[in-house]
Design a protein around this ligand. Structure first.
Ligand code: FAD
Length: 310
């Protein structure tokens, strides 16, 4: 297949979905009895799900998302007497590298967290429909996909000699797994900059694929993996919790230099508000006099800033 660097969008919709088969479902975080997270905070259950997806049928670029339609009828729609009772599509970032380069692997991967709500004692109150459906999947089962979707959160298409900053919290690591792999291993365009992957999680055993990212750091000197473990590390500024925004502040001199080289900053994950703390640190590092909104708008349109928070 030829190199395809333009994103294909919405090839599959609710009315004509793509049916994929589950190859693997691997839990990435420890079970509650072995986890660092106290039981009263509920469980953090994150899974890596590998689907069989022929790339010539479902072509995607890393940075795009895929939609998943959970099976069954949505009880809220049934109650309302809605003619279409199917669940709405949920989007998930694709975490495997761009199809053109993973040709030996006709797969699509996700990194999914069970989106559950717990009470103060750690008892389960609500279960997210689609995330639990995905995390419970067994090998050989079928999944209904839409998409691919998204055309902005993408890697450069041409030679690039700036640096790349990946800023992730929780499952926001998903696209950066495939992007790091693509930049360092598949090398679909000449890239001579550095990669800083800054990854935040509340506990160190929720830094998923930790060993893999440390091994990338050993193998590729231009790759740095920086952790912000909020409940275990203290930030050096006020001694409070360490968030990714503090790690960004600690890189102020690198960011100053990188910014002049039109370096790119990708932010992914949640909660939705975390992007502001991170962007404000970048603004301080480069002595920007713009307002937050002006800065975001300007650098998103210049394709230096990419934000996908949910
Ligand atoms: C572009 C994009 C990319 C994304 N990528 C990822 C990704 O890579 N990985 C990932 O894990 N997620 C990702 N998400 C989030 C994902 O799309 C879903 O929003 C998430 O999985 C929750 O969906 P759900 O069906 O499990 O929860 P829903 O059933 O939709 O419920 C949503 C929340 O409400 C709670 N809830 C349910 N019922 C009640 C009630 N009665 N009262 C109060 N609360 C209730 C649930 O526990 C849950 O926390 C992404 C989102 C976007 C927009």
């Amino acid at each position: 297949m030829s190199l395809q660097l333009e994103p294909q969008i919405n090839l599959f919709k609710k009315a004509n979905p793509f049916i994929a088969t589950v190859l693997k479902n691997q839990r990435l975080t420890p079970t509650i009895d072995k986890a660092k997270r106290p039981k009263e905070e509920g469980e953090a259950s994150i899974h890596r799900i590998v689907l069989a997806v022929p790339h010539d049928q479902y072509p995607y670029l890393i940075g795009q998302s895929a939609g998943v339609i959970p099976p069954g009828a949505d009880p809220k729609k049934v109650e309302k007497g809605s003619p279409d009772t199917a669940y709405t599509v949920r989007l998930y970032s694709i975490s495997s590298p761009t199809y053109s380069f993973g040709m030996t692997k006709n797969t699509l991967e996700f990194i999914i967290k069970r989106d559950n709500v717990y009470d103060e004692a750690g008892n389960l109150l609500y279960k997210g429909v689609c995330s639990n459906y995905l995390c419970d999947l067994k090998e050989g089962e079928k999944v209904t996909l839409t998409g691919p979707s998204g055309k902005k959160f993408l890697l450069p298409k041409l030679e690039f000699d700036g640096d790349i900053y990946f800023l992730a919290t929780g499952t926001g690591i998903a696209p950066f797994f495939g992007m790091s792999e693509e930049l360092l291993k598949h090398k679909h365009f000449p890239f001579s900059g550095k990669i800083y992957l800054i990854y935040g999680a509340p506990y160190s055993d929720e830094i998923v694929l930790r060993d893999y990212f440390h091994s990338l750091e050993k193998e590729f000197p231009q790759f740095r993996f920086i952790e912000a473990v909020s409940r275990e590390q203290q930030n050096p500024f006020d001694g409070g919790k360490m968030y990714i925004s503090h790690q960004v502040r600690m890189l102020v001199s690198e960011i100053k230099i990188s910014f002049q080289k039109q370096s790119k900053f990708y932010i992914c994950g949640g909660p939705k508000g975390m992007e502001r703390a991170v962007i404000e640190e970048i603004m301080k590092a480069v002595d920007s006099e713009l307002t937050y909104e002006e800065f975001k708008k300007k650098y998103e349109s210049l394709e230096q800033l990419f934000v996908e928070t949910y």
